[in-house]
Design a binder for this molecule. Structure first.
Ligand code: SF4
Length: 121
């Protein structure tokens, strides 16, 4: 089976043609470098995504604080991960870099704040 996708590892955005059989990558065409081949392999065998979203902040100058994962997680776990993140409610002030969930769903990644939120004045 032929799968087509765009490599998103760098701005070149190479169009990849991946020959797949029984879930295994047989060949990758169109990649200008080895990172594209590794990306195709990852996407076919264990697709992962990061999450960038926000959590509620009580008493903050903004109602939400942006958060992200420290590493991508399996695509199939994104829905469950969002469910956990939605339960979080912080109290201002909130500092960038603060860990709000450790070892999310036992996946070995943390959820961290990416932007400061000060106290509402
Ligand atoms: S294959 Fe290499 S050059 Fe092409 S988009 Fe991916 S990382 Fe960039």
């Amino acid at each position: 089976m032929l799968r087509e996708m765009t490599c998103i590892v760098c701005p070149n955005g190479c169009d990849l043609e991946i020959q797949v059989e029984d879930g295994k990558v047989l060949s990758v065409k169109g990649a200008l470098c080895r990172r594209g081949e590794a990306y195709a392999e990852q996407e076919i065998t264990d697709p992962r995504r990061n999450i960038a979203t926000s959590v509620l902040v009580d008493g903050g100058e903004l109602p939400l604080a942006s958060v992200r994962l420290t590493a991508p997680i399996p695509k199939a776990r994104i829905f469950d991960a969002m469910g956990e993140i939605r339960k979080v409610k912080l109290t201002a002030p909130v500092e960038a870099g603060t860990k709000v969930i450790g070892n999310l769903l036992g996946l070995g990644v943390d959820v961290i704040v990416t932007k400061d939120v000060g106290v509402r004045g």
